[in-house]
Design a protein around this ligand. Structure first.
Ligand SMILES: Cc1cc2nc3c(=O)[nH]c(=O)nc-3n(C[C@H](O)[C@H](O)[C@H](O)COP(=O)(O)OP(=O)(O)OC[C@H]3O[C@@H](n4cnc5c(N)ncnc54)[C@H](O)[C@@H]3O)c2cc1C
Length: 407
């Protein structure tokens, strides 16, 4: 028995694993735990927004490794008709009258497969949600309000129910209740930038090319979506973002100047949205009976399009560690088990997050010497085939230390 937030007495429900948060990270983890344990683990997921995120322009690039995991979990084939393979990546400075100016080009495929795929986040989450329901994940539309950790169990109070589990995973995003409950010393700072995101339709084919233009105000990514559509992600000063988001005509005029030479006439498909940008890294990704995954553990600059890819790598590692213990009948929520996850992921994520932070500082710098250095760096990288191959392999997410689900 337990007392809920309104003071009512109710039943204490039980699950093996309670996942807090049903974004792409939480849903993918729930599915991976059910599938890898062949239904042996009883997985419960809670999120007040479950199933309601059917709108919104947010897109995401998925590297080959995470895509392999979606394939292993049985959803890549259904998602393929909504996804756009990335055939090539081009990076360069944009200057008026010199619209292309690509200084660095990635040749497209690693081991004969695309570097990655573009999907709308809403399509990915819908596919994961459906697969979770089919795989027997229990789901409720309620927020977690509080957590307490005891030696043998974690106890969670939701809005209308209470749960006891061997392990609770916080996948509840950048403002995670779970993270704030057990990690009091995260590293965090905000960038004086926002991301403006909008979907456009255009006259010419994009041929699967993803382009990153370095504009005076910050990087502008033009990401190929299925059909003759592209997702624009522009990292700019807050005042630029709110001016353009509030005036579709001004936004269209600006985008036309940049994109018409490549994509022909363009129209804006849906209302643009803007997002604050920040860096946040939990001081530990796990403790006895608790783990963090995805944005709850780390929030990184979106310049390299890797935030969710890191979160899905958390999923692959955590699912592997937990299920390996569970099938042996061992305690999968103990500090000893979860230390393996923490050690595997924390350094990797921290080094990636700091690398993206550095990229933001170099590519966000507006001075002429910084611009010259940037161009030189891109040109050197473009001409150094070993370095390019390494960057391509890293971007694909299938390098040597990949978790099993990524291969
Ligand atoms: C502009 C932009 C572009 C990006 N582009 C890319 C890209 O190209 N590639 C890439 O890999 N990454 C990209 N990212 C990052 C990526 O979008 C995020 O890393 C990813 O969406 C995080 O997923 P998540 O499931 O961890 O968190 P979220 O998507 O934030 O989901 C958290 C969930 O938890 C729920 N929740 C919150 N509080 C509670 C509570 N108390 N109880 C229960 N549930 C709760 C929320 O309702 C939500 O559904 C981008 C980010 C931005 C801002």
């Amino acid at each position: 028995m337990h007392q809920n937030a309104g003071g009512k007495v109710g039943t204490l429900n039980k699950a093996d694993v309670l996942i807090v948060g049903g974004g792409a990270t939480g849903l993918a983890l729930a599915l991976a735990l059910r599938k890898l344990s062949c239904g042996g683990l009883d997985v419960m997921l809670c999120d007040p927004a479950l199933g309601s995120k059917t709108q919104g322009p947010r897109s995401t690039a998925l590297a080959q490794g995470p895509w392999n995991m979606l394939d292993a979990l049985g959803i890549a084939s259904g998602l393929a008709c909504l996804a756009q393979p990335i055939s090539r990546m081009e990076i360069g400075e944009w200057r008026p009258g010199d619209p292309l100016g690509a200084n660095l080009t990635f040749g497209g495929s690693v081991g004969g497969r695309p570097v990655g795929y573009m999907v709308f986040l809403r399509d990915l989450e819908a596919a994961l949600h459906k697969a979770c329901a089919e795989a027997g994940v229990r789901m409720v539309c309620e927020p977690v309000l509080s957590l307490t950790i005891h030696e043998s169990s974690a106890f969670a109070t939701l809005r209308d129910s209470a749960w006891r589990s061997r392990l609770v995973v916080g996948a509840d995003g950048g403002k995670s209740v779970v993270a704030t409950t057990f990690d009091s010393a995260p590293r965090e700072w905000s960038y004086d930038r926002r991301a403006l995101v909008v979907t456009i339709s255009h006259e010419h084919d994009h041929d699967g090319v993803a382009t990153q233009y370095f504009m005076e105000d910050g990087p502008l990514a033009v990401l190929p979506m299925s059909g003759r559509r592209s997702s624009i992600v522009w990292t700019a000063r807050p005042e630029t973002c709110s001016r353009l988001a509030g005036s579709p005509e001004a936004l269209l005029d600006t985008l036309r100047e940049i994109l018409i030479p490549r994509l022909g006439q363009i129209v804006i498909d849906e209302q643009p949205a803007t997002f604050p940008l920040g860096f946040r890294m939990a001081s530990r990704f796990a403790a006895h009976r608790v783990a963090l995954a995805g944005d709850a553990a780390h929030r990184v600059h979106p310049l390299a399009g890797q935030g969710l890819n890191l979160g899905l790598r958390d999923v692959a590692v955590l699912a592997e560690v937990v299920v390996d213990q569970a099938v042996e009948g061992l305690d999968f929520g103990s500090a000893d088990t979860l230390r393996r996850y923490d050690e595997h992921r924390r350094f990797d994520v921290l080094s990636s997050g700091l690398a993206f932070d550095l990229l933001h500082r170099v590519f966000g710098a507006r001075s002429a010497p910084a611009g010259a250095l940037r161009r030189l760096g891109l040109q050197i990288t473009d001409r150094t085939s070993a370095l390019k191959r390494l960057l391509e392999a890293e971007a694909s997410g299938v390098t040597g230390a990949s978790p099993r689900l990524f291969r």
